[in-house]
Design a binder for this molecule. Structure first.
Ligand SMILES: [Zn+2]
Length: 184
């Protein structure tokens, strides 16, 4: 299996986690930690509401699970897959864990720390460098989030394969900054 196929397969598992989060009423974000051997060591979904925990973003949950599974706080050589660009907290945790490779789907123009808002990943003055790949299944993951917020505001969902009547724009016209607080 080549890298692209493996990446997509793992991102699909992260999407499944995001869907489970959504089913529980959480902002749909999911993450998976995969070892150098291709084994899955940790899964995570956003659970800030369920756990009353502002740090329970999908990435943090998956990193904690992988650390326990491997018996090591360093996840050297591992890849983290996540459906949304990590925030500053999660990017920091990814660096502390020494994750070798980060693959994320949709950009987060409101809180992303991989270049969208901040550039915590691969900051020139930080020691650990990770390979960062973005955009894999981004449309699907972005729409999942857009539709979640639209539904929460009682609006019609966007279409994954839009016609001229239903433009698939990420984010929408409302600039509701408070949504960022609950993201995964
Ligand atoms: Zn985060």
């Amino acid at each position: 299996m080549d890298d692209t196929t493996l990446d997509e397969q793992m991102m699909r598992l992260a999407i499944a986690e995001a869907n489970a989060a959504q089913a529980a009423g959480e902002v749909p974000v999911g993450a998976i930690v995969v070892g150098p051997d291709g084994g899955i060591h940790g899964r995570g979904q956003n659970r800030v509401l369920r756990d009353s925990d502002p740090t329970a973003h999908a990435e943090i949950v998956a990193l904690r699970a992988a650390g326990l599974a491997l018996g090591n706080y360093r996840l050297t050589g591992c890849t983290l897959y996540v459906t949304l660009e990590p925030c500053a907290m999660c990017a920091g945790a990814i660096l502390h864990a020494r994750i070798a490779r980060l693959v994320y789907a949709a950009d987060d123009p409101k809180a992303g720390a991989c270049g969208s808002v901040l550039a915590v990943m691969n900051h020139p003055q930080l020691n650990h460098k990770a390979e960062v790949v973005s955009g894999l299944l981004a449309e699907e993951c972005g729409l999942m989030l857009s539709n979640f917020f639209l539904a929460r505001r009682g609006k019609k969902p966007l279409n994954l394969h839009p016609t001229s009547e239903a433009p698939a724009l990420l984010g929408g016209e409302d600039d509701d900054k408070e949504e960022v607080v609950g993201k995964g």
